[in-house]
Every structure is written in structure tokens, then in C-alpha cells.
Design a protein around this ligand. Structure first.
Ligand code: MN
Length: 248
């Protein structure tokens, strides 16, 4: 499998947390910036917007901690494991998740949790953005109408699926090679990639994704999230999936 170029390891080396601690970055970002994760084959993807860019729907402090602490921790755990396990160092995160059972048994849980966390969050940052939201566009709009009952029904079903995830997890829209969409909730950092499915987009319903702003009101977070979905990026992922070029 080939990773999307924007998230290829070479492309993002050195562009992790450090890219967001420039003098021009908002103060809250610089204050809470964590050390870069240990070097290794896996790295944080460069995010195309500042941590305050999704205000007021997702607050800057949450974005900062989520990226610099939570996502960075998954990357660090993978890199630490890669030091002693060449099988992890040599594969992409998509390849690792798709063939979890090919890994030595003692590595499977580590890769499932941290590889899943890395893949899920890399997708998550990509499909959001400032000045986004509104109704879906392009082929994705047509696919939502065809496969998921139209945008209004889909939104209600997606939010309900997000609320049904007990504890921590995700709600995903998967896409097959023919472009057919499906809705799928997952616990923890489990990824549909583990079942050889491709992720079109999804929302993180771990409390760390919303608690500072929404506290226990996950339903309000799920409703607000539509305002930051970048449908242009979702359409890019849709085209990549149908072309067999979507690895995460
Ligand atoms: Mn998260």
C-alpha cells in the first residue's frame, strides 16, 4: 500500500509539533506544546491549519492537547516499538493495521491501539478545516444520497452512532472500491482498516476530543462538528479510495 503523499513519512519528517510552535502561533499553542515524539519511522502529519482555526466548534486548547499530547503519544509508542521490532519499522501504519494477525502476538495490541490511534487521528486532522462545513459537495454528496439516505438522514444516523459508542471510540464512514459508503461505530482506537475497509472520514468521540468545551454533552459536539468538516478533502479521499490509493 502507498500512503497519501501528504502524509508520507518523508514528507512530514521534521514537520510535526515543531511546525506549530512558530512565533506566530497562538499563545495557547506555544504554552502547551509538548516535546516532539521520539524520532523513528512514524511522525505526526503536518496539519494545514492553526489550532484555533476550528473555533468556536472545537477550541484551541483541545486541538493543541489532542494533537501534541494524544496523537503524539500514539506516534511515540509506535516509534518505541519500532526500535526493537523491524517488522513495525518496515511497514506503513495502514499495512500494519490491515495485517494485524501477521504480527507477533505480543505486538498486536500495541499496534492495534497506537497504530489505530495514529491512522485515525491522521485522517481526523485531514478531513477538518476552517471555513468548512455546510452541505456535502461533489461525488460525496451523491454517494451520501445514494447509500445513506440523504444528508439530513445521514447526519442524524451519524450522530446517533456517535452517541451509541459506549466510552471511547469513533464513528466512521467507510468506502469500498466501488465508492459505496457505510456508517460504522468502533470502540477505542480500532480502525475499519483492521477489517480491510477504507475510511472516508470519521469523528473522534473520545472525551479528550470535546470535554474541555462540551463536558459531557457529546450530542452537542457531534452537532457542532458538521461546521468543520472539509468536504473538499473528503472528496479527495473518495477519489483516492476508488483509485486504490487510500491507505489510511
Ligand atoms: Mn483523539
Amino acid at each position: 500500500m502507498t500512503e497519501l503523499s501528504v502524509f508520507s513519512r518523508r514528507a512530514v519528517l521534521g514537520l510535526g509539533a515543531a511546525a506549530f510552535t512558530a512565533a506566530t502561533a497562538p499563545r495557547v499553542w506555544a504554552q502547551a506544546a509538548a516535546p516532539a515524539p521520539p524520532s523513528g519511522p512514524f511522525s505526526l502529519p503536518k496539519r494545514a491549519y492553526e489550532p484555533n482555526a476550528l473555533e468556536p466548534h472545537i477550541d484551541a486548547a483541545t486541538m493543541d492537547i489532542h494533537y501534541n499530547r494524544h496523537h503524539a503519544a500514539y506516534v511515540a509508542a509506535l516509534n518505541n516499538a519500532a526500535k526493537d521490532n523491524g517488522v513495525i519499522a518496515k511497514a506503513s501504519v495502514g499495512e500494519l493495521l490491515a495485517d494485524l494477525n501477521q504480527l507477533p502476538e505480543n505486538l498486536r495490541t500495541l499496534v492495534r491501539n497506537n497504530g489505530g490511534g495514529h491512522a485515525n487521528h491522521t485522517m481526523f486532522w485531514e478531513v477538518m478545516g476552517p471555513g468548512a462545513g455546510g452541505a456535502p459537495t461533489g461525488e460525496v454528496a451523491a454517494a451520501i444520497t445514494r447509500d445513506l439516505g440523504g444528508f439530513d438522514k445521514f447526519k442524524a444516523d451519524f450522530e446517533a452512532a456517535g452517541l451509541r459508542v459506549f466510552g471511547s471510540g469513533w464513528v466512521f464512514v467507510t468506502v469500498d472500491k466501488d465508492g459505496k459508503l457505510a456508517l460504522l461505530g468502533k470502540p477505542n482506537q480500532d480502525s475499519p482498516i483492521m477489517e480491510k475497509q477504507m475510511v472516508l472520514f470519521g469523528n473522534d468521540v473520545w472525551e479528550h476530543a470535546y470535554y474541555l468545551k462540551y463536558q459531557n454533552r457529546r450530542a452537542d459536539y457531534l452537532k457542532g462538528w458538521w461546521n468543520v468538516v472539509n468536504w473538499a478533502k473528503v472528496n479527495e479521499r473518495y477519489a483516492a479510495a476508488k483509485a486504490g490509493k487510500l491507505a489510511i
